[in-house]
Design a protein around this ligand. Structure first.
Ligand SMILES: Nc1nc2c(c(=O)[nH]1)N[C@H]1C(S)=C(S)[C@@H](COP(=O)(O)OP(=O)(O)OC[C@H]3O[C@@H](n4cnc5c(=O)[nH]c(N)nc54)[C@H](O)[C@@H]3O)O[C@H]1N2
Ligand SMILES: Nc1nc2c(c(=O)[nH]1)N[C@H]1C(S)=C(S)[C@@H](COP(=O)(O)OP(=O)(O)OC[C@H]3O[C@@H](n4cnc5c(=O)[nH]c(N)nc54)[C@H](O)[C@@H]3O)O[C@H]1N2
Ligand code: SF4
Ligand SMILES: [Mo]
Length: 846
C-alpha cells in the first residue's frame, strides 16, 4: 500500500509524464460543444489540472478514483493510489462514465407528465414545484393512515443513509431493492455458514489454488476488480485456477482448467469433492473438530451418497476430474479458496449450491486463513460509528407483503434482501395497495425478469400505481413510465460514504465528493429527499432540519479523529480514503473477547451469551477455557448443519434436514432431449442498465448475440450469424409452476456459434436492447428526442456517428433477454433463478 507522501509524488510524476508525452485523452465530456472544446488547449493546461479524489460508481465495486478537472470540466479519471482495494487502477468502464456528465440527452430539468402515462408527453417544471408535488402526495398518504402505501424502490442505492431516514420518518417499511435479482442466495449461504458477512473476501494475493464456481471476477463480480489485481500477483507466483462456468468467460479463459457443468449441478460437484476429501483423509481434522458444528463422522455420513459418480451424472463432467481437482484443492490448504457467484447461486437450488462450495473451505481449514476463504475486512468503523444526525426517526415496526413476503422466510433474516422480482406482480394484483411509488437508480423494465412485460404493465397502470416519481440521470425506460421525473446529480456531482469488502483485510472507506458543480436544475436525490421531508412538515420535517446532504455527510464524518492536523472531513476531502491502522483480519473467529465485552455475560453449553432486552444473544464461544468470538452463527461455529434453514423449511412445509443437500431443480431434471437451458451473463464493458448510453463503452459492445455450442448449432443447421427464435417455458416448481408447458415468451436473435459453451446451454448477456436512454443505447442516429429536459446544444457525433445504427448497415443495439426470462424465485430466500430457464430453439433465417 502506498503512503500519502508517495501518493503526492506518484501523481505529480504521472502528471509530469503527461506533460512530456503531451498525451491526455479528452473525455467524451467534450461532446458537449465545440465551444467547450476550444476552452481546453492541451499544451498549456496540464499543470493547472486539478486532481480531486472521489469514487467511481459505474459499477458496484466503488473504486477510489481521482478526477482530472479543468475549468469545471472533467477531462478524465485515474485511480486513487491510496485506495487499498484497487491501488490506483481503474477498469475500462470508469473512463466511459465521464461522458454521463455532459451527455447530450442527460435530464437537466424536472418534468411533469401531461399525456397518458407512457405517452412520453412532458412539461418542464421547477424543482421546487416538483418537490411540492411529491410532498403533497406523501402527506396525503400519511394522513389517510396508510404510510406503507408510499413505496421506495432502489436499484444501486448507495445513499441509503438518507433514503432509509426518509422512509422511517414518513413511517413506511416498504423499501424495495434488487438484491434477490443479484445475490441473495450467495449472501444467505455466507450468513448461514459463517454468519459474519454476506460476502467472502478471498485473500487472493496469497491464494495458490482458486476453485471458482460461476464467478466471472475478471470481467464482472462485486469487487472483482480488486480481486483481479491480486489474482494477477498470485498467478505470477504460480497459483492455479479451475473454473466451473457453463460458458467460456474471460475468467474461465484465464484459468488453468475450464470445466462446463450442466447448469445447477454446482452443489453436486462441491459435495462430491467434499466426499473425496473426507474419503481420502485429506481434511483438516482439527478445524472440523474445533470449529464445525458437525463431527467428522456425521459429515462422512451426510456426504456418503454424493460420490464423484453421482456428481458426474448430475453435471456431465468426468468423475476422475472431480476427484483429482478435489485432492489438488486440498493439497494447497490453507492457501486455497472455493468461491461462487451468480453462476452457482442464481438457481432454484442456489442456496445449497453455495453452502456446499463454502463448506469445502471449512473441511480443508482455509476459512479466514492467509490465502484462503477470508472475510471480516469490511467498511472501516461501520455505519454505527458514523453517527446519524439527531434526532433519528424510529424504525418502522410493521411489515407488508411487498418487502417481506412470508413465503420466503429467509429473505430478510440477516439482511433486508426482499424478493423484488415478485413486486410488480404483487402490485398488479393489489396484494398491497400503492399510492406513491418512488424509483431511484433502477430500470426494472430492462433489468427485471419479465421486466419488459410484467414490470411495464404494472408501471403503466395508473389504477395500481397512482403516482410514480422517478429519479434518474437519463430518460430511461423507468422514467418513461413516471408521472414526475427528478433529474439527479451524476456520481461526479455528489457525496457518498463508500466502501466494499476490504481486500487487504484492513477496514477502510472512501468518500465520493462532487468534483464539478451541478448543472441546470439537477439536484442530488438525497437533497431532494431533504427538501421533500421539510415540505411534508409536521413530525416528518424535524428529521430534516439541516440544509443539505453535504451537511449531513459532514456531520456523519465528524466522529473521525484528526489526522495530519486535519479534521476527518478535511482529511477525507483531501485524500478521499481512510485506512484503519490495524493488522490484517485473519481468522477473526479466533479473536479473544475482551473483559469489557464479557461483562454481564454467561455461558451455556460453551456458548457465551448476553441478555439484550430480555433475549439471549450469543457473543462468543469458550474454547479450551478461553472466551473467543467464534463465528456469528447461532452455535458460534461454522455451520454445516443449519437449524435456521431446517426451521424455515419446516414452516413452509418443506422437507429439509438442515444439511446442504443437492437436488436438481425439477425443470432441469425433466428437461426434454431437444430442449436447452437459457443462461445470462454480464459484459466486461457494460453494467446493467447504466452504461449503454456511454458511447466509449457502447462502441466496444453494442450487440449481444446468443452463444450456442458448435455441436448443437450443427444439429439445428445453424451457422454463425443466423437468426434463431428462442421460446422459453415456465418453471415446473415454485412461482406460477405448471406441469403443462406454458410459454413465457419468444425472441429472435442472431447466433454466435462457439466451442466456448456447454452443448445444452445457450447464453445471452444483459445491458443492451434498450428502448430509451438516448441515441447511443438505441443505436439511432439523428436528432435527439424532443423532451423538454434536455439542453439545446447537441453534438455532431451523436447525430451522425452512431456507426452501429442498423440504417448505416450496423448490427443495431442488441436485445434484452429479460422479456423471455420467467420470474422464478428460489425457495426460502427468494433469489431469482436466472440460470434455470428451459427453452427450445429453431432457426428462422439464414
Ligand atoms: N438478464 C439479466 N438480467 C439481470 C442481470 C443479468 O446478469 N442478466 N443482472 C441482475 C443484477 S445482478 C442486478 S444487481 C440488477 C440491476 O438492475 P437495476 O437495479 O435496475 O440497476 P441498474 O441497472 O444499475 O440501474 C440503472 C438505472 O439507474 C440509472 N442511473 C445511473 N446512474 C444514476 C444516478 O447517478 N442517479 C440516478 N438517480 N439514476 C442513475 C440508469 O440511468 C438506469 O435507469 O439487474 C439484474 N438483471
Ligand atoms: N462489467 C460488469 N461488472 C459488474 C456488473 C456488470 O453489470 N458489468 N455488475 C455488478 C453486479 S450488480 C454483480 S451482481 C456482479 C456479478 O458478477 P458475476 O456473478 O461474476 O457475473 P455474471 O456475469 O452475472 O455471472 C457469472 C458467470 O456465471 C456463468 N453462468 C451462468 N449460468 C451458469 C450455471 O448454471 N453454472 C455455472 N457454473 N455458471 C453459470 C456465466 O456464464 C457468467 O460467466 O458483477 C458486478 N460487476
Ligand atoms: S470496477 Fe466498477 S467501480 Fe471500479 S473502476 Fe470499474 S466501473 Fe468503476
Ligand atoms: Mo448485481
Amino acid at each position: 500500500m502506498m503512503n500519502r507522501r508517495e501518493f503526492v509524488k506518484t501523481t505529480a510524476v504521472s502528471m509530469a509524464a503527461l506533460k512530456i508525452g503531451g498525451m491526455i485523452s479528452l473525455s467524451s465530456d467534450t461532446y458537449a460543444s465545440a465551444a467547450v472544446r476550444e476552452r481546453i488547449s492541451l499544451a498549456d493546461t496540464i499543470e493547472s489540472i486539478e486532481q480531486i479524489p472521489t469514487v467511481c460508481l459505474n459499477c458496484s465495486t466503488v473504486c477510489g478514483m481521482i478526477a482530472l478537472v479543468k475549468e469545471g470540466l472533467v477531462l478524465g479519471v485515474t485511480g486513487n493510489p491510496l485506495d487499498p482495494n484497487t491501488n490506483g487502477k481503474l477498469c475500462a468502464k470508469a473512463h466511459g462514465g465521464v461522458s454521463a456528465i455532459n451527455y447530450p440527452e442527460r435530464l437537466l430539468y424536472p418534468l411533469k407528465r401531461v399525456g397518458k402515462r407512457g405517452d412520453g408527453l412532458w412539461q418542464r417544471i421547477t424543482m421546487d414545484e416538483a418537490h411540492q408535488m411529491v410532498a403533497d402526495r406523501i402527506k396525503q398518504t400519511i394522513e389517510s393512515g396508510y404510510p406503507e402505501r408510499v413505496v421506495f424502490h432502489a436499484g444501486r442505492n448507495r445513499i441509503d443513509d438518507i433514503t432509509n431516514r426518509f422512509m422511517d420518518a414518513i413511517g413506511s417499511p416498504v423499501v424495495l431493492n434488487h438484491r434477490a435479482l443479484c445475490s441473495s442466495n450467495k449472501r444467505a449461504a455466507n450468513y448461514i455458514s459463517i454468519g459474519d458477512t454476506d460476502w467472502e473476501t478471498v485473500d487472493a494475493e496469497y491464494c495458490s489454488y482458486f476453485l471458482n464456481f460461476g464467478a466471472n471476477f475478471l470481467e464482472a463480480h462485486q469487487g472483482g476488480f480488486p480481486m483481479a489485481r491480486r489474482f494477477v500477483k498470485a498467478k505470477a507466483n504460480g497459483a492455479k485456477m479451475v473454473t466451473f462456468d457453463t460458458r467460456l468467460s474471460n475468467t474461465a479463459g484465464k484459468s488453468d482448467e475450464w470445466l462446463a457443468p450442466f447448469p445447477s449441478s454446482e452443489g453436486a460437484i462441491a459435495l462430491a469433492m467434499a466426499h473425496t476429501i473426507m474419503d481420502k483423509g485429506v481434511y483438516d481434522e482439527a478445524f472440523i473438530r474445533e470449529w464445525c458444528n458437525v463431527s467428522v463422522e456425521e459429515l462422512k455420513l451426510f456426504l456418503a451418497p454424493y460420490t464423484p459418480k453421482f456428481a458426474a451424472e448430475a453435471s456431465g463432467l468426468d468423475a476422475n476430474d472431480i476427484e483429482r481437482i478435489a485432492l489438488e484443492f486440498a493439497s494447497h490448504a490453507p492457501a486455497c479458496a472455493a468461491f461462487t457467484n451468480r453462476g452457482s447461486q442464481a438457481h432454484q437450488n442456489g442456496l445449497n449450491n453455495d453452502r456446499a462450495v463454502i463448506m469445502l473451505n471449512a473441511i480443508v481449514g482455509s476459512i479466514g486463513r492467509k490465502g484462503g476463504y477470508a472475510f471480516g475486512g469490511s467498511k472501516s468503523l461501520g455505519n454505527a460509528s458514523f453517527p446519524m444526525l439527531q434526532p433519528i426517526p424510529p424504525k418502522v415496526k410493521f411489515s407488508t407483503d411487498l418487502e417481506d413476503p412470508k413465503e420466503y422466510p429467509l429473505a430478510n433474516k440477516w439482511q433486508k434482501m426482499k424478493v423484488s422480482e415478485l413486486v410488480f406482480e404483487k402490485i398488479k394484483n393489489k396484494t398491497q395497495p400503492v399510492e406513491v411509488y418512488m424509483s431511484y437508480t433502477i430500470s426494472a423494465p430492462q433489468t427485471w425478469p419479465e421486466g419488459p412485460t410484467v414490470a411495464v404493465s404494472a408501471l403503466k397502470d395508473e389504477s395500481v400505481i397512482p403516482f410514480h416519481v422517478c429519479s434518474d440521470v437519463v430518460y430511461s425506460e423507468m422514467a418513461h413510465y413516471a408521472d414526475l421525473i427528478l433529474p439527479d446529480a451524476t456520481y461526479f456531482e455528489r457525496y457518498t460514504i463508500e466502501g466494499r469488502n476490504a481486500n487487504e483485510l484492513i477496514p477502510y472507506f472512501v468518500l465520493r465528493q462532487p468534483v464539478v458543480a451541478l448543472t441546470h436544475d439537477c439536484l442530488n436525490f438525497g437533497d431532494s429527499l431533504i427538501r421533500i421531508g421539510q415540505k411534508i412538515g409536521g413530525k416528518v420535517s424535524q428529521y430534516f432540519a439541516f440544509d443539505s446532504y453535504e451537511v449531513f455527510i459532514k456531520g456523519r464524518l465528524s466522529s473521525l479523529p484528526e489526522r495530519e492536523g486535519l479534521s476527518g472531513w478535511e482529511y477525507m476531502k483531501k485524500y478521499g480514503v481512510w485506512v484503519d491502522d490495524k493488522a490484517k483480519n485473519y481468522e477473526p473467529y479466533r479473536k479473544k473477547l475482551s473483559l469489557q465485552e464479557l461483562e454481564n455475560s454467561f455461558v451455556e453449553n460453551e456458548i457465551i451469551y448476553l441478555l439484550k432486552n430480555g433475549k439471549k444473544e450469543a457473543i462468543g464461544r469458550m474454547v479450551n477455557g478461553t472466551a473467543l468470538r467464534g463465528f456469528k452463527t447461532p452455535s458460534r461455529k461454522f455451520e454445516i448443519y443449519s437449524g435456521d434453514v431446517q426451521d424455515a423449511a419446516r414452516k413452509m412445509g418443506l422437507e429439509d434436514d438442515g444439511f446442504p443437500h443437492f437436488v436438481m431443480p425439477k425443470s432441469l431434471k425433466e428437461i426434454a432431449s431437444d430442449e436447452l437451458v437459457l443462461t445470462t451473463f454480464k459484459w466486461n464493458v457494460h453494467t446493467q442498465a447504466r452504461t449503454a448510453p456511454q458511447k466509449y463503452l457502447s462502441e466496444i459492445v453494442h450487440d449481444n448475440p446468443v452463444w450456442i455450442n458448435t455441436q448443437t448449432a450443427r444439429k439445428y443447421g445453424i451457422k454463425n450469424g443466423d437468426m434463431i427464435e428462442i421460446t422459453t417455458y415456465r418453471p415446473q416448481s415454485g412461482f406460477k409452476a405448471s406441469e403443462k408447458k406454458m410459454v413465457v415468451g419468444r425472441m429472435s436473435v442472431h447466433a454466435f456459434v462457439t466451442q466456448g459453451i456447454h452443448p445444452r446451454v445457450i447464453a445471452i448477456s444483459n445491458s443492451l436492447g434498450m428502448n430509451f436512454g438516448g441515441r447511443i443505447p438505441r443505436a439511432k442516429n439523428g436528432k435527439k428526442q424532443n423532451i423538454p429536459a434536455f439542453s439545446t446544444e447537441d453534438s455532431e457525433d451523436f447525430k451522425r456517428y452512431v456507426w452501429w445504427d442498423k440504417r448505416l448497415g450496423g448490427s443495431g443495439n442488441g436485445v434484452n433477454p429479460n422479456s423471455i426470462i420467467p420470474i422464478n424465485p428460489s425457495p426460502l430466500v427468494g433469489m431469482q433463478a436466472w440460470n434455470d430457464t428451459v427453452c427450445s430453439i429453431r432457426k428462422i433465417k439464414t
